[in-house]
Design a protein around this ligand. Structure first.
Ligand code: AMP
Ligand code: MN
Ligand code: MN
Length: 324
């Protein structure tokens, strides 16, 4: 892996005029918040910046970047420098993969399990979110940190740590969060938007969860298969399903929660969340995916949903190791 330092990244950014920032598909709070903050800081430095993701930013994350902040396609030649943020693998570029897999100049990431598709990589697996890295990077740029930059970074930190509760949260995470609040990040408003706004659909989703969950290995593994038909029955989109994986790990006795969904755009996607006894990233790597030890994902290659589920369960049951 070809590594690059933060001062070197700063130089490359300041030498460029037109910069393209890439977020990963199924864009979450970290990729959207980190890219948004970096784009705003770079514009304050006089740069032309395009933010790109293969799909529209989901409704629930739009408050981070605002409407129209992202494009869903563009030409590589429209930029001097292509930087991906929070993209652990070429698979996570989704529909942008063909164009950008071999054209990404710098990858900024915090996933330990990663394929280094970019020319240069800055990867810090001790960072709870890419927002921690982007915060350090922005302090090296010739612009002042302001609320418009601090709020998306705070959101990114908050979401990737599950509200500062997951085991990736460190003293550094809290120190950066404090610095962002001092700069004007609207912490209480952000938390209200993130956590105190459940929709009736998401409450109803608990019924689907209770109806469909399966237990394996004496209840240590919870598996939830969600088909397009299930989603249609409840009027759900993929967005309504995302909280299920986190919910499954909350249940007493469950060490590994796995949610398999037939995606709106086609394909079969598994999300894993585990307690400290299970390495989710290692299990997802069996299927070409990856992520973090406690939260990982993969797209399963199969001809039908049933086949994808069988492949997943067989693979996990044969390979899972419970550490004590
Ligand atoms: P998800 O279940 O999609 O929310 O993913 C959980 C974590 O795993 C996130 O940090 C993702 O960035 C990461 N992840 C998801 N899919 C992949 C993949 N195919 N390769 C590497 N990391 C992934
Ligand atoms: Mn992410
Ligand atoms: Mn992240």
């Amino acid at each position: 892996m070809n590594n690059i330092t933060l001062p070197e990244i700063t130089k490359r950014l300041l030498d460029a005029e037109r910069i393209l920032l890439l977020s990963h598909t199924n864009p979450d709070g970290d990729t959207v918040g980190s890219v948004t903050a970096l784009s705003r800081a770079l514009r304050l430095c006089g740069k032309k910046v395009i933010c790109l993701c293969d799909i529209e930013i989901p409704e629930r994350n739009l408050f981070i970047c605002g409407e129209g902040a992202y494009l869903t396609s563009c030409q590589v030649r429209e930029s001097d420098l292509v930087v991906s943020v929070d993209v652990a693998s070429a698979q996570m570029l989704g529909g942008l993969r063909d164009t950008f897999e071999s054209r990404t100049d710098i990858r900024i990431d915090h996933h330990a399990s990663a394929d280094d598709f970019a020319a240069c990589n800055f990867v810090d697996p001790t960072a709870a979110a890419c927002a921690e890295i982007v915060y350090e990077l922005i302090t090296l740029l010739p612009c002042d940190l302001c609320e418009e930059v601090a709020s998306p970074l705070y959101t990114a930190l908050n979401t990737d740590t599950g509200g500062f509760r997951f085991s990736n949260t460190t003293a550094r995470t809290h120190k950066i969060a404090a610095a962002l609040m001092e700069t004007g990040a609207a912490a209480a408003d952000i938390c209200e938007t993130l956590y105190e706004n459940v929709t009736l659909e998401s409450l109803q989703s608990n019924a689907l969860f209770l109806e469909k969950y399966q237990l394996h290995m004496d209840g240590k593994i919870l598996f939830l298969p969600i088909t397009m038909t299930d989603k249609e029955r409840y009027g759900f989109t993929d967005e309504n399903i995302e909280g299920y994986a986190t919910l499954s790990r909350k249940i007493a006795g469950v060490e590994l929660g796995m949610v398999m969904r037939e995606r709106d755009r086609g394909g079969y996607k598994v999300s894993m969340r585990s307690r400290k006894t299970v390495d989710s990233a290692a299990l997802c790597a069996l299927f070409g995916g990856g992520g973090h030890a406690r939260a990982a994902g993969a797209t399963i290659e199969a001809d039908s949903f049933e086949e994808a589920c069988k492949k997943l369960i067989d693979g996990v049951l044969a390979n899972i190791v419970f550490e004590r």
